[in-house]
Design a binder for this molecule. Structure first.
Ligand code: DGL
Length: 272
């Protein structure tokens, strides 16, 4: 059986493209609609009420297409509003990023000490502590809010050896390393771009990308439910990209996030 409907993916901005990249790596033939709410990025510094309102509008927009599932490609939106998305869309499979990343961290830590870096809003919800405890009740979780990382990544300052990103990363990661963590969760979909810079500074850390973990979980579920696309060729798949503001400005940065795998250009839409 083949289900050729789109997978809907959204984020506050273009960080969620790291999830699209991971989906394309595991499921190259799937058709994808991406929406980045660039008119309202960042979500990570906003209130629960405001984030929930934006997230429900993002899903309403994606549902104007024939989608078979939605991926909340934003740890902030997932931590704050996933239950509400499920409540309002009971017929739609909803995938997040927090649970798959938590599970992977919980089962792969050797010393039970896990650090999680994320936005202020994600840290405030306690979602990672709860999710990790579900899979490993003996693990100790250390959270670190990193408000400077999203703007730095969005400005292209994420490469290993870049002195600006290295100073900021040390500021945030040193307290976690001092707590003797062996595993670090990148609890924001912008952060996989920092993976190399982090590994360059702290080579022995087990670094977990919430984007890769989410894509792997989704692949497993689609296979289990028999809802994969029978097409397995990226060249035959369809990708549509939308943002709520500044489509031209986003295009270049999107290529930095996804390289040649982008396979489309951005269009601006008004979403309510
Ligand atoms: N990409 C979002 C996340 O995963 C963070 C960006 C934002 O603050 O809107 O949390």
């Amino acid at each position: 059986m083949s289900d050729n409907r789109y997978i809907g993916v959204f984020d506050s901005g273009i960080g969620g493209l790291t999830v699209v990249k991971s989906i394309v790596e595991c499921m190259p033939g799937e058709n994808i609609i991406y929406f980045g709410d660039t008119a309202h990025v960042p979500y990570g510094t906003r209130s629960k009420r405001q984030i929930t309102e934006y997230v429900l509008a993002d899903v309403r927009f994606l549902r104007t297409f024939d989608i078979k599932a939605v991926v909340i490609a934003c740890n902030t939106a997932d931590s704050v509003a996933k239950e509400k998305v499920r409540e309002v869309n009971p017929d739609l499979p909803v995938f997040g990023v927090v649970d798959p990343a938590s599970r992977l961290a919980a089962v792969s830590t050797k010393n039970g000490r896990i650090g999680v870096i994320a936005t202020n809003a994600t840290v405030k919800t306690g979602a990672y502590e709860r999710a990790i405890a579900k899979y490993n009740e003996d693990a100790t979780v250390f959270m670190e809010a990193c408000p400077l990382l999203v703007p730095l990544v969005e400005n292209g300052r994420f490469r290993p050896g870049d002195p600006v990103i290295e100073i900021v990363l040390k500021e945030y990661l040193e307290p976690l390393v001092e707590k003797n963590i062996d595993t670090l969760v990148l609890g924001c979909t912008h952060y996989p771009l920092l993976q190399e810079a982090i590994t360059h500074l702290y080579p022995s850390l087990n670094v977990i990308s919430s984007s890769d973990a989410a894509a792997a979980k989704m692949l497993g579920t689609l296979i289990q439910n028999g809802t994969c696309n029978e097409n397995t060729e990226a060249a035959q798949s369809e990708r549509k990209y939308f943002v709520s503001d500044d489509a031209e400005g986003v295009d270049n940065l999107a290529r930095v996030f996804m390289g040649d795998e982008l396979g489309g250009t951005f269009r601006q839409v008004d979403v309510e």
